[in-house]
Design a protein around this ligand. Structure first.
Ligand code: AMP
Length: 447
C-alpha cells in the first residue's frame, strides 16, 4: 500500500516524499480513506503510530478540494490537543504536510504566551486552528475567534484531555461549533468517560484500532534495574556516562524531583535540563529545542510536560520512579521506539515501588526483564565518590528505605563510612523473585 493508492493529492505526496516517508503506517492506511470519505472516526492509537499524519493528510486534502468560505476567512478545521507542546507539534506537522499547499493557513493557539499575536493571526483569517481548550475558550469569550465555519473537528489524545480535566472545556467548545460537521476522535485508551464523550459526539463512526499498545511496546527493549532509592541518581549518571548516551529522556513523578535531578546531573558533568508545568512556555520550548539539537544530553520531564513530545529516534528513556498510573508507563516508554525505530526504556525500581511494577506488568501482560547493575545492588555500599557527590547535594535526601517512613540518608553508611546493612540485603531485594517484604500501601494514590 502506498500513499498514492490512498488517493492523496500530488502536493501531499510531494511533502511526504520530502519527509522520506515511503509507506503509510497502519493507522494512516486505515484512517485516511475513512476521513476522505467524510466518515466520523473513532481511532485507538497512541503517539508514535503516525496518528498526526493520519488525520492531517486527509484534512489538508479535503480543505484543498473545497474553496475557503468567502468574505471573512473562517476556520474550517479545529484540532483540540491537551498540551502546548502537542499543539506546537501538531501545528508543525500541518505546516510540514501542507508545505506545497501555500494558500493553507494554520494558527496555533495555546496559553502561557501573549494573546495579542494570536488575536492578530485569527483576525487575518485561518483555515486550520490547532488549540488547547483553555486558551481557545478565552478567544471564544473575547469573541476573537469565530468557530461558526468549522466543518471538521479533531480531538487528539482525548484520554489525556480528560485526564487533565478538560471535559467541561471540550463541551463548551462543542457547544459553539456548527452541528453539521465531521468528527475525529483519537485516544490511546478507552474508559467509560471517553466512550460517553465519543457516543455524544460521533455519528456512526468508523472505528480504527492499530498498534494495540503491546505491539508498539514490542519494539522497545525494556529493563528494570532494582536499586536503592538514594542511589538512583548515581546509577543514572553511571549509565549515561558509561554508555556514552547522547539523548536521554528521564521521567520523574514531581516537578520538584525533575529540577533536583537535572541539577544533580549537571553537577555530575552531564548537560541536563528539566521541563514541567512550573516552567514558562519559552523555557520549555527552549529546553526541548536544545534537547532535540543535541545541546542538552538529558531532559528530565514530568508526565504532563512530556505528553506528546515527538523526538525522532529517541534512543533512551529512563523512569527515575515508576508512575503510579500503569498506563503512564506505556505513554512514557512510547517516546522511544516510535514509528518503527527501536529504543530502550529503563526503569529504576526501589523496594517501595514493587506494587507499581506489578501493576505495570499486569497491564503489559508480561514480566519486564530485571537485572542488577554491578556496584548498584540494593543494600550494597555506595562508593566514596558517590557519597562525596551526594554530600555536596544535601537537598537530594529522600531515602525511604522501608515501610514509607522518612529516615535520614545516612542510613546507608555506618559510623565509619562502611555499609550499615549486611550483604543479605541484596538477596532480599532481588526483583521479580520472592515477594515483597511489605506492601506499598499508598503507592496507588491518585495523581
Ligand atoms: P505521531 O504518532 O503522529 O506522533 O508520529 C510519530 C512519528 O512518526 C513522527 O516523528 C512522524 O514524523 C513519523 N511518521 C509519521 N508517518 C510516518 C510514515 N508513514 N513513515 C515514517 N515515519 C512516519
Amino acid at each position: 500500500m502506498s500513499f498514492a493508492e490512498l488517493g492523496l493529492a500530488p502536493e501531499l505526496l510531494r511533502a511526504l516524499a520530502d519527509e522520506g516517508y515511503s509507506q503509510p503506517t497502519p493507522i494512516q492506511a486505515q484512517a485516511i480513506p475513512m476521513v476522505l470519505a467524510g466518515r466520523d472516526l473513532l481511532a485507538a492509537a497512541q503517539t508514535g503510530t503516525g496518528k498526526t499524519a493520519a488525520f492531517t493528510l486527509p484534512i489538508l486534502q479535503k480543505l484543498n478540494a473545497t474553496a475557503a468560505v468567502t468574505g471573512a476567512r473562517l476556520a474550517r478545521v479545529l484540532v483540540l490537543v491537551p498540551t502546548r507542546e502537542l499543539a506546537a507539534q501538531v501545528g508543525e506537522s500541518v505546516r510540514t504536510y501542507g508545505r506545497h499547499l501555500p494558500a493553507m493557513k494554520t494558527s496555533i493557539i495555546f496559553g502561557g504566551v501573549g494573546i495579542n499575536p494570536q488575536i492578530d493571526l485569527l483576525r487575518r483569517g485561518v483555515d486550520i486552528i490547532v488549540a488547547t481548550p483553555g486558551r481557545l475558550l478565552d478567544h471564544v469569550q473575547q469573541k476573537t475567534v469565530n468557530l461558526s465555519g468549522v466543518q471538521m473537528l479533531v480531538l487528539d489524545e482525548a484520554d489525556r484531555m480528560l485526564d487533565m480535566g478538560f471535559i467541561r472545556d471540550i463541551r463548551r467548545v462543542l457547544a459553539v461549533l456548527p452541528k453539521q460537521r465531521q468528527n475525529l476522535l483519537f485516544s490511546a485508551t478507552f474508559n467509560g468517560e471517553i466512550r460517553s464523550l465519543a457516543e455524544s459526539m460521533l455519528h456512526n463512526p468508523a472505528s480504527v484500532e492499530v498498534a494495540p499498545r503491546n505491539s508498539t511496546v514490542d519494539l522497545i527493549a525494556q529493563r528494570v534495574h532494582p536499586v536503592d532509592k538514594a542511589r538512583k541518581t548515581a546509577l543514572i549518571a553511571h549509565l549515561v556516562k558509561g554508555g556514552d548516551w547522547k539523548q536521554v529522556l528521564i521521567f520523574t513523578r514531581t516537578k520538584h524531583g525533575a529540577n533536583r535531578l537535572s541539577e544533580q546531573l549537571m553537577r555530575e558533568g552531564i548537560q541536563s535540563d528539566a521541563i514541567h508545568g512550573n516552567k514558562s512556555q519559552s523555557a520549555r520550548t527552549r529546553a526541548l529545542a536544545d534537547f532535540k539539537a543535541g545541546k542538552v544530553r538529558v531532559l528530565v520531564a514530568t508526565d504532563i510536560a512530556a505528553r506528546g513530545i515527538d523526538i525522532d529516534m529517541l534512543p533512551h528513556v529512563i523512569n527515575h520512579e515508576l508512575p503510579n498510573v500503569p498506563e503512564d508507563y506505556v505513554h512514557r516508554i512510547g517516546r522511544t521506539g516510535r514509528a518503527g525505530s527501536s529504543g530502550e526504556a529503563i526503569s529504576l525500581v526501589s523496594s517501595d515501588e514493587r506494587q507499581q511494577l506489578k501493576d505495570i506488568q499486569k497491564l503489559l501482560r508480561r514480566e519486564i526483564p530485571s537485572s542488577i547493575v554491578e556496584g548498584f545492588a540494593p543494600g550494597s555500599a555506595p562508593s566514596a565518590t558517590e557519597l562525596a557527590s551526594r554530600a555536596a547535594a544535601p537537598a537530594t535526601t529522600h531515602a525511604r528505605p522501608h515501610g514509607g517512613h522518612n529516615r535520614p540518608q545516612q542510613r546507608s553508611s555506618g559510623p565509619g563510612g562502611g555499609p550499615a546493612r549486611k550483604a543479605d540485603g541484596s538477596q532480599a531485594h532481588r526483583q521479580g523473585q520472592g515477594r515483597p517484604q511489605h506492601k506499598a500501601g499508598d503507592s496507588r494514590k491518585a495523581r
